[in-house]
Design a protein around this ligand. Structure first.
Ligand SMILES: C[S@@+](CC[C@H](N)C(=O)[O-])C[C@H]1O[C@@H](n2cnc3c(N)ncnc32)[C@H](O)[C@@H]1O
Length: 229
């Protein structure tokens, strides 16, 4: 095995299951000058989206190459916008809220592209117009799960958490379900009843912060817990 391949293997966290996360920012700024010192208020809870982005893409010391995130910025000014971060392509992204906010700020200074036209703004960071309907359409190959504490559990009844862990196990999952898309909202409730292709699943009765919910999804998949999908 060549050294480069070995280094890549050591640095990359990847599995056979593609994980996509659509994060909804009901008030998150879509255009203009992002107030870096006021992410929670003036930027429309951009802090929540950045935490969700970090939880989706990052492990303790690495990047999840099998993970993709689309931030949905609905707070204006101007049309709704989407920023996509592709785990297997991004470079120079650090687990530090302000530095990620800086990368987002650079993108939203530019005019928003038309719906469905993805422009690469930095390596692995893409920018497009559009909303969650467009994301769902683009995720036609995925099993799409809207996370909702009041729904049926995401894991199967009586499924054990394997004590040996079966990292990246695909035993429990059909070939056509090797690509999972999760929809997570910010602090506001997202109405998903109009999307009939989605399934709704819960991670427990207690509502968690979005980034913690994402962490639970990764844990279940990493450990090979049988999913109810
Ligand atoms: C802070 S919660 C939002 C709570 C908000 N009141 C609502 O109704 O959506 C952020 C997001 O994390 C996900 N989430 C939090 N706890 C969850 C749970 N127990 N089960 C499934 N999803 C959860 C949901 O996608 C939720 O929209």
């Amino acid at each position: 095995m060549c050294v480069l391949r070995l280094i890549l293997l050591l640095n990359e966290e990847s599995s056979d299951i593609m994980r996509r996360f659509a994060i909804i920012g009901h008030r998150a700024m879509a255009s203009g000058k992002l107030p870096l010192s006021d992410l929670a208020s003036g930027a429309g809870r951009m802090d929540v989206l950045i935490r969700a982005l970090m939880a989706s893409l990052m492990t303790s010391h690495g990047l999840r190459r099998d993970s993709e995130v689309i931030l949905h910025l609905w707070g204006g000014p101007g049309p709704k916008r989407r920023l996509k971060f592709v785990g297997r392509e991004v470079t120079g992204i650090h687990a530090e809220e302000r530095s990620i906010a800086g990368q987002i700020a650079k993108v939203i200074r530019e005019p928003s592209p038309p719906i469905g036209r993805w422009i690469e703004r930095d390596s692995g960071i893409y920018d497009s117009g559009g909303s969650i309907e467009d994301t769902i359409r683009e995720w036609h190959q995925s099993t799409i799960i809207a996370l909702d504490a009041n729904a049926t559990r995401l894991w199967s009844e009586n499924s054990p958490i394997p004590t040996e862990g079966k990292p990246h196990s695909t035993d429990f999952i059909r070939d056509d379900e090797l690509d999972l898309g999760f929809i997570i909202s910010d602090d506001k409730t997202l109405r998903v009843d109009k999307f009939d292709t989605l399934i709704r699943r819960s991670l427990g009765n207690t509502w968690l912060q979005g980034h913690m919910a994402i962490g639970v999804c990764h844990f279940l998949i990493d450990e090979g817990v049988e999913l109810n999908i």
